[in-house]
Design a protein around this ligand. Sequence first.
Ligand SMILES: C[S@@+](CC[C@H](N)C(=O)[O-])C[C@H]1O[C@@H](n2cnc3c(N)ncnc32)[C@H](O)[C@@H]1O
Length: 162
Amino acid sequence: MQITFQPIGTIHTPYREKAPYQPVESDEGTFFLEMSPDYEPGLKDLDTFKYIYVLYFIDRLVKEVSMDVAPFWAGEIEVGLFASRSPLRPNPIGLSIVKILKVERNIITTSGLDVFDGTPLLDVKPYIKDLDSKADANYGWVDKTGDMRHLALHILGIPHEY
Ligand SMILES: C[S@@+](CC[C@H](N)C(=O)[O-])C[C@H]1O[C@@H](n2cnc3c(N)ncnc32)[C@H](O)[C@@H]1O
């Protein structure tokens, strides 16, 4: 079966070749989602929310997809691809949670995003309090690395040396 998506817009960021590994909320620069004008009516009431999920097509991957992933920062640990947030996936769909700064016409201005300028936008959904946060969520295999400081850098999306 083949599934075809059409982008609903384009993501604009200051990043051409290098982007943070996760969104950095306090990142400097201009970040915005330019929706196709046809979808502008669908943005009504979106600005009643503080945060959104942004889904996109990771369109400029150059490496092969592998079912094993060994994050450089995790020592000897190798995990399954689907137990990781690696962008190299059979369906390269990226997911980022960002703050809405403003919605004007077909443009959603956001806090920092972790994608290259021009990345095709697939979907936008509101991030809803309680529905979208689980109080008993855990760190999974990351606990085994003992490197919680490193995880925190990822969670905060702070660029760092591996
Ligand atoms: C690790 S992914 C994280 C994506 C998402 N926040 C998640 O957790 O699913 C972010 C990285 O993907 C890479 N990237 C971003 N946009 C890309 C694009 N359009 N094509 C290829 N790689 C991209 C950048 O190297 C960036 O550091």
